[in-house]
Design a protein around this ligand. Sequence first.
Ligand code: PMP
Length: 303
Amino acid sequence: MSRITYVNGRYLRHRQAGVHVEDRGYQFADGVYEVIAVREGRILDLEPHLDRLDRSLKSLQIAAPMARRPLEVVVREMVCRNHVKTGIVYMQVTRGVARRAHAFPKDTKPAVVVTARSLAPPSEAAVRDGVKVISVPDIRWGRCDIKSIALLPNVLARQEATAAGVYEAWLVDAAGDVTEGSSSNAWIVDQKGNLVTRNLGTALLGGVTRAALLEACRDAGVLVVEHAFSRDEALAAREAMVTSTTAFVLPVVAIDGQKVGQGKDAGRPGPVYARIRRLYEARVAAALAGTPMRPLQKPAKVA
Ligand code: PMP
């Protein structure tokens, strides 16, 4: 079975699919993207992903390449045509093709690429025993709330993590606070027992999984505090976690080689993770069963 890729209105064989050499995404990273999870052939959280795509496009003054409904049709088509049961849809919109010059070109249509492929969910071992992270300086730009395809600092951070044999790199800002992971949001259970994740703003991406979990926690009466936490607080935390579309929620059991938690349970996933994981699984199960979900909270506006 050959993979199919959508490029600017056409469904092409993946091997033959390509974009123009003067696509501004290729030359300037002048574009945005989304990654959406597929489970049992169903697309999870499509609306909040498309909402975020709209926000990213607006922030960069890139026109929407097509209306929401036709775009949804393309996403569903791609899942069907590629026979994806468990996997991801990747969509990228760039400012389009134009002769290379920094300023925005006039009358250029945005370019869209959508791919879909199978991808195994996190391993049972990762879900049960947890993953390790390292911390690295956050060297990114000032608008990390935009899901830009300019991911070089994230790539370098993840490469450091990979070279260190760990799952993720947590990015630490100049104040010593953790912003997020290279492709995930970061959470801790602090020494007082508060579940903490950094508040939204321009320093981090408003994760769709983060928003979904916040809502699930609110519904279940689990208090979450949204404020910055430092690397030191993370090292002293009772528990730590990461969330993302591809990771869902995974326990972090070591940071920079130091076990998370104290006493005999140090380095082992904790009770808050277990609860959060159940909440998340229940939410996915409800979505797959077709139970209407309450709309996600709108992320806070960023000036
Ligand atoms: N932060 C960054 C930098 C990311 O790349 C991602 C993954 N898209 C996330 C957080 C998590 O976002 P989501 O839950 O929407 O996948």
